[in-house]
Design a protein around this ligand. Sequence first.
Ligand SMILES: [Mn+2]
Length: 319
Amino acid sequence: MLSQVVELIENKDNFAITTHIKPDGDGIGSSLGLCWLLRSLGKNAEVVMNGGIPQAYSGLPGVDQIQNVSSVNGKYDAVFVIECSDLARPGIEGLEDQFTVNIDHHATCEHFGTINWIDSTASAVGEMIYNLCKAIGGRITPEIAECVYLALVADTGSFRYSNTSDRTLKVASELVKAGAKPAKVGEAVYNSYPWSRIELMRQVLDTVKRDGTGRIAILRQTLAMGEEAGSVDGDNNGFVNIPLAAKDIVAVIYMREIGKDQFRASLRSRGNINVAKVAEQFGGGGHKNAAGLSINGPWDEAEATLITAVSAAIDAAAS
Ligand SMILES: [Mn+2]
């Protein structure tokens, strides 16, 4: 919990921070925000990650100092693990031998850390980093503000999703006051993709269809599409949300082929329709309105299975 995290930071000096591979805005923004906070308190801190950082985040302060590693050794007092469902998510060896601090806002998260601070009421881990800064008596520097603001923007869909609370907006306001530039962050997140994203979008949208009831939209992304578009990781970010622009669509199933008869599915829903529960049925997880899972099968069969499960969630929400 928060008080344990505060105590740890006050009593120790050498920290590493990591997040899941293929980090999203909350993962990268919260990691860097925490790193700047620790440094502002006079601590040694570095962000360690396995793999590349999406282009949208390349302008964040501190990105150029992130260390690309596949393992960690024993030189840290503690390693903060940001927004990870389990200790395997960062893709870094040796974490199990470290003193780890699990910081997450997903209720489905495993309590794998030596310290676990989980706040499922937070819109983003970024909001928790802000709370930590306040709890420890730190100052919100311009660097912390920019990184944490990006985390909030990413996880709330620019303050449009249902996880946006008055508290989220209040934190955002404080971050802007401290130096975050909303227009700069918005440009970076939404308008800095390579052309391959547009090519991939054209192909994926060509597959869009609805279930028999007209409530669920289904999208497909084949391996060949990504190859043809020359797409890079992150090019399909947000595609799953596109059909929700239609008034009658209450849920979306986005199936991405990752191998022969192997798929990664992203689910989205409106209002009370709980797709996290659907994802959990298949060993996945997430939030009520945004979840993900892995599924095998012939494509049509797997898709039919998911449509049935999502339909049941829609009916459950209506009753
Ligand atoms: Mn998050």
